[in-house]
Design a protein around this ligand. Structure first.
Ligand code: 5AD
Ligand code: SF4
Length: 439
């Protein structure tokens, strides 16, 4: 989501003459687009600001200024605190305010002190954003939904990103067509809670499944993905889209967080471990080559060894092609941070290692299972070696192949020859020898 938001900020700034550069030194403006989800991410902001302060001073010595801005969810949650700890920052603004960047810049350059904009405006920012600028590569993000009303007790998102909001179908479709006309072959639909999508259509609210089916009609759009989903809101229409829409990739990031019902209740997750098992089964029934990815939190307050073992059991039962796992990180203002039975750091570290060992083994097994099979790969960039291209499999695995440059931007069937730690290598094949899933 932050990658998408940063690109949209660049779109807003383009008419003012700003272009993106690779490095911060010498830049006229630096925007740190920040994440507040765990403490580690939030802390990085302050260390990075220390470094940027020196660059700003150097730039000022040359007689030209540098506007320094903090954007995103740390700005939203800690706006005032940032200005206290880093008074050299010129602008602080939240994820709902970046369409007002031109106005903020003119206020900041009038040297009237720092600008703080962390309002949730009544008018949605999407009405004020220009169409996305030039696409790099062949894969694009498209935000269809923002915010979250689920209030999982560990999570800051409902506070930093605000209430759920869905963009109207026509607006999403227009942006998708614009992206495809600009070269996108793959679009990932984004939302903090993307399957809570209920955008205004021509005959009432449309859900995500129906939106996907509509976007699949766009000529030239070969792949559709969506992230991130909330298990309790996967409905029949979305499962139907996995069955009926071939462009919808058979890979789904579906965070479960824990395999212990007691902990899921304490997290306010609205699904049990068995609900998740059943849902995984229904999705795989609809699309037999579907693979799952997930998020896990270990050491949520009150998590016992037995609860943690229930998570390990769920991992064994469901099996994941890939997963992210985290130690519980208490976030200011969230209900779980105030609980007394916090799990000691040592226990969290030990549980995370055990969980990652299992998830890592499943990932290796999944990748190994691809060897010898043919997978459609979207070739989207040059490799490091001459004559080599790199692409993405349906399962988001990077695949290296020797292939001519004119195939960039095409989906090609590749026979997978080897699985490495984080990637696969393949060779061009004439036809799909085998359309079965990897594992
Ligand atoms: N501590 C640890 N992990 C968290 N996540 C969200 N909040 C926290 C927290 N307080 C994880 C969840 C979520 C992912 C984006 O980040 O697993 O799905
Ligand atoms: Fe956070 Fe996701 Fe829960 Fe919403 S559904 S509160 S974004 S973890």
């Amino acid at each position: 989501m932050n990658v998408y938001d940063s690109a949209r900020m660049a779109d807003v700034l383009a008419p003012l003459g700003y272009v993106r550069v690779d490095a911060a030194d010498g830049a006229d403006m630096v925007i740190l687009n920040t994440c507040h989800i765990r403490e580690k991410a939030a802390e990085k902001v302050y260390s990075e600001l220390g470094r940027l302060r020196r660059l700003k001073a150097e730039k000022e010595r040359t007689g030209r200024g540098m506007i320094l801005a903090v954007a995103g969810c740390v700005a939203q949650a800690e706006g005032g605190e940032i200005l206290r700890r880093a008074p050299f920052v010129d602008m602080v603004f939240g994820p709902q305010a970046f369409h007002r960047l031109p106005e903020m810049i003119s206020r900041a350059s009038r040297a009237g002190g720092a600008v703080l904009d962390t309002d949730f405006p009544a008018e949605p920012k999407f009405d004020h954003l220009p169409a996305p600028g030039k696409l790099e590569g062949y894969s694009a993000f498209l935000t269809v939904q923002e915010g979250c009303d689920k209030f999982c007790t560990f999570c800051v998102v409902p506070y930093t990103r605000g209430a759920e909001f869905s963009r109207p179908v026509a607006e999403v479709e227009a942006e998708a067509r614009h992206l495809v006309a600009g070269g996108a072959r793959e679009i990932t639909l984004l939302g903090q809670n993307v399957n809570a999508y209920h955008g205004e259509g021509n005959d009432g609210d449309w859900g995500l499944g129906r939106l996907i089916a509509r976007l699949a009609e766009i000529e030239g759009l070969e792949r559709i993905r969506y992230t991130t989903s909330y298990p309790a809101e996967v409905d029949d229409a979305l499962i139907g889209a996995h069955r009926d829409v071939p462009q919808l990739m058979p890979f789904l990031h579906l965070p479960v967080q824990s395999g212990a019902d007691r902990i899921l209740v304490a997290m306010n997750r609205r699904h049990t471990a068995d609900d998740y098992r059943r849902l995984a089964g229904r999705l795989r029934h609809a699309r037999p080559d579907l693979a799952l990815s997930s998020d896990f939190i270990v050491g949520f307050p009150g998590e016992t060894e037995a609860d943690f073992e229930a998570t390990l059991r769920l991992v064994e039962d469901v099996t994941f092609a890939q997963a992210y796992s985290f130690k519980y990180s208490p976030r200011p203002g969230t209900p779980a941070a105030a609980l007394e039975n916090q799990v000691p750091e040592k226990v969290k570290t030990e549980r995370l290692a055990r969980l990652q060992e299992r998830l890592g083994a499943q990932q290796v097994a999944f990748n190994q299972g691809c060897v010898g099979r043919a997978l459609p790969v979207l070739l989207d960039r040059q490799g490091r070696k001459p004559g080599q291209l790199v692409g993405r499999s349906p399962y988001m695995q990077a695949v290296h192949v020797e292939a001519p440059d004119h195939l960039l931007g095409s989906v090609m069937p590749l026979t997978i020859g080897a699985a490495h730690a984080n990637s696969l290598s393949g060779a061009l094949t004439g036809a799909f020898a085998d359309e079965r899933a990897c594992a």
